[in-house]
Design a protein around this ligand. Structure first.
Ligand code: BTN
Length: 269
């Protein structure tokens, strides 16, 4: 099989996904596009126009995929899973950022169960394997009087890329499922697995809060207790990644022993 050939039918249509879902809320409304600018933008518009909690928007290709901190996210046709979840939970604005940890652990769980991979979670919301980026999550939210109006969780996973599909500048930093497994995989099977796992945890946070999710994240993060560097607000800070705090911030032990809390930025491992 040549790279890029699909060994399995790989059509991510609503019908194909619905047969595989066992969810309470996620994916009942499911919109699949061939090409969009950004699934987050499509989802944002739908959410503002009344789409229901758990709606999923997926595209085969994004022409202006976005990453965190104003970066672009390359989303070439048919190679990855590019999708956004519309969430309308009854939670406070402070809890919105915790939903990205829920997404990370759901994706990591699906990757390890389905393919036996060993995902490494990197603060705040990257998934690495062999220290290369496999998945990124972009969370965008609107609030109303301190409560969440809606959250859009945009998830990008490199699936059937061969090394040459990545921009030369990213070839050392990015990886795909097919590079790791040395075969092409069926994107819709993985998407359904992720949505089923996300749904289970999403219902659980309504009952038990976020602490079990944060513990699951910590146990899949190999960087806790290790020296790291943070780039935040243009400054670079070095220290030991002490822990993930219960509010989603990173606690770092500085060289002078003081603890510092980082709420946004990039961690370099
Ligand atoms: C990052 O690591 O910087 C986050 C990348 C998020 C990419 C996904 S792909 C689906 C969704 N639509 C977008 O435009 N971005 C997110």
């Amino acid at each position: 099989m040549k790279p890029g050939d699909f060994a399995v039918p790989d059509d991510i249509s609503a019908d194909n996904i619905h047969q595989k879902l066992v969810t309470e809320r996620i994916g009942h409304d499911f919109f699949s596009y061939k090409t969009v600018g950004s699934t987050n933008d499509v989802a944002h518009k739908m959410a503002a126009e009344g789409a229901s909690d758990g709606t999923v928007v997926v595209a085969d290709e994004q022409t202006s995929g976005r990453g965190r901190l104003g970066r672009t996210w390359a989303s070439i046709p048919g190679k990855g899973l590019w999708f956004s979840l519309i969430l309308k939970p009854d939670l406070t604005a402070h809890q919105a950022c915790l939903l990205t940890f829920l997404a990370s652990v759901s994706v990591a769980d699906a990757l390890s169960e389905r393919y036996g991979l060993n995902p490494e979670l990197k603060w705040p919301n990257d998934i690495l394997i062999k220290n290369k980026k496999l998945c990124g999550i972009l969370s965008e939210a609107e609030f109303d009087r301190g409560m969440i109006k809606f959250v859009i969780l945009g998830i990008g996973i490199n699936i059937n890329h061969s090394p040459g599909d990545f921009h030369p500048a990213l070839q050392e930093q990015a990886i795909s499922v097919s590079i790791l497994l040395e075969r092409q995989v069926d994107r819709k099977e993985l998407l359904a697995d992720i949505l089923n796992r996300f749904d289970r945890r999403y219902s659980e946070i309504m009952r038990n809060g976020f602490l079990p999710i944060l513990d699951e994240w910590r146990s899949n993060c190999p960087h806790i207790g290790k020296p790291v560097q943070f780039i935040t607000a243009g400054a670079s800070i070095e220290g030991i990644f002490q822990n993930l705090a219960d509010d989603g911030s990173a606690i770092i032990r500085m060289q002078d022993g003081q603890l510092k809390r980082i709420i946004s930025g990039d961690m370099i491992v």
